[in-house]
Design a binder for this molecule. Structure first.
Ligand code: PMV
Length: 307
C-alpha cells in the first residue's frame, strides 16, 4: 500500500468528571457527569502489516497495566466496528491514566469513531457508545456505562443504568478545579471493593447508595437553577458518603480539605477513588485552590464543561 495515498481516519473524545453519584450508579442510582476538554485523539490508517495500536500520553506517563488486555480490547473494538482489514492506530491521550478522569473511555470512544469510519459505517452516537462499551468491558468487567456516555456525548449529562443518558443543558459557565493525589488506582479493584463491602453489610451499603441517589436528584435541581452553594454542600456530602464506603484515602481527604480551606463551596473525590483525583467547586477561588494544592505537592488544573 502506498503511504502517500492512505486515508487517515480520525476520532476524538473528551475526558470526564463525575460530579455526583459514582459507585451508586453501578447499583442503579442516578449520577451526573461532565465532559472536559482534555481527552483523546485517535488516528487510524488501513495497512498491509499486522494491526498495531500505539497510545501516546501527552503527560509522558507510561501506560501501565496489562498490554495484552489493551490488545484484546482493541481486537474486540475492531470487531464491534466491523473493521475487516489491518490497521495502524495511534491515540494521543491528554489525561492522566487511572485517575478517575475517564482515560479508558476516552481511548475507547476516540478509537470507535475512527474505526467506524475505517469500516465505512455510520458513526452514530449509539454505535460509538456500543463499540466503546465493548472496549471498556475488557478493563472494568461491569462498567455502569457513565464514562463512555460522558466521553462520547460531552457536556453535562445525567445517567442511570435503567434509563441511559439525559443531556442537562446548564446555560452558564461551570469551572471545576481538578486535583490529583499523585497515585493512580484501578476502577475494577475499587468497584470490587465496594461489592465486598456490600456483601458484608448489605443493608448499610444499600442505605448509603439510596442516600447518594437522593443527593444526586437534589444536585440536578441545584444545577438547573445555578445554585452553586447548594451544589458545593452536596459535593461535600457525597464525599462523606463515599468515604463511608471506604473508597477515599488520606490524600484525597487532604485535597478536599485544602480546597475547602481556600474557599471552595465543596469538594469530593471523583471516579472510583482509592487514588486519582478530586473535583472542587471554588468560584473566584480557583487559583488559590490550585496554588495551595501545588504548595503541598499536588498537581491540579482548572477545566470547564466541554464536548
Ligand atoms: O474511575 P473511573 O473514571 O473509571 O469512574 C468509575 C465510576 C464508577 O461509578 C466507580 C464505576 C462505574 O462503572 O460507574
Amino acid at each position: 500500500m502506498d503511504d502517500r495515498t492512505v486515508a487517515v481516519h480520525e476520532g476524538r473524545a473528551c475526558g470526564k468528571v463525575i460530579l455526583f453519584g459514582e459507585h451508586a450508579v453501578v447499583y442503579g442510582e442516578p449520577a451526573i457527569a461532565t465532559g472536559i476538554a482534555r481527552g483523546a485523539f485517535a488516528q487510524v490508517s488501513p495497512c498491509d502489516a499486522p494491526s498495531t495500536l500505539q497510545i501516546h500520553s501527552a503527560l509522558g506517563e507510561p501506560l501501565r497495566g496489562d498490554g495484552s488486555e489493551i490488545e484484546s480490547a482493541f481486537h474486540e473494538l475492531s470487531d464491534a466496528c466491523g473493521v475487516r482489514q489491518n490497521v495502524r492506530a495511534s491515540v494521543a491521550l491528554d489525561l492522566p491514566v487511572r485517575a478517575g478522569l475517564g482515560s479508558s473511555a476516552a481511548l475507547g470512544v476516540s478509537l470507535a469513531r475512527a474505526m467506524l469510519s475505517v469500516a465505512g459505517a455510520e458513526c452514530t452516537l449509539q454505535r460509538v457508545i456500543d463499540a466503546a462499551l465493548v472496549w471498556e468491558r475488557v478493563f472494568h468487567s461491569n462498567p455502569s456505562g457513565i464514562d463512555v456516555h460522558a466521553a462520547a456525548h460531552g457536556g453535562v449529562i445525567a445517567f442511570e443504568r435503567a434509563k441511559g443518558m439525559e443531556p442537562l443543558g446548564i446555560g452558564y459557565e461551570l469551572l471545576l478545579c481538578i486535583g490529583h493525589c499523585g497515585r493512580g488506582s484501578s476502577t475494577k479493584w475499587m468497584v470490587n471493593k465496594v461489592a465486598q463491602f456490600r456483601a458484608r453489610q448489605p443493608d448499610l451499603t444499600d442505605q448509603i447508595m439510596h442516600e447518594i441517589g437522593a443527593l444526586v436528584r437534589a444536585a440536578r435541581v441545584a444545577l438547573a437553577s445555578g445554585d452553586l452553594p447548594t451544589l458545593g454542600k452536596l459535593m461535600n456530602l457525597n464525599h462523606t458518603l463515599l468515604s463511608s464506603l471506604s473508597v477515599s484515602t488520606d490524600a484525597l481527604d487532604r485535597l478536599c480539605g485544602i480546597a475547602r480551606a481556600q474557599g471552595a463551596l465543596g469538594a469530593k473525590l471523583t471516579g472510583a477513588g482509592g487514588g486519582g483525583c478530586v473535583v472542587a467547586l471554588a468560584p473566584a477561588h480557583e487559583n488559590e485552590v490550585l496554588g495551595a494544592w501545588e504548595a503541598e505537592g499536588f498537581k491540579g488544573f482548572v477545566t470547564g464543561v466541554a464536548g
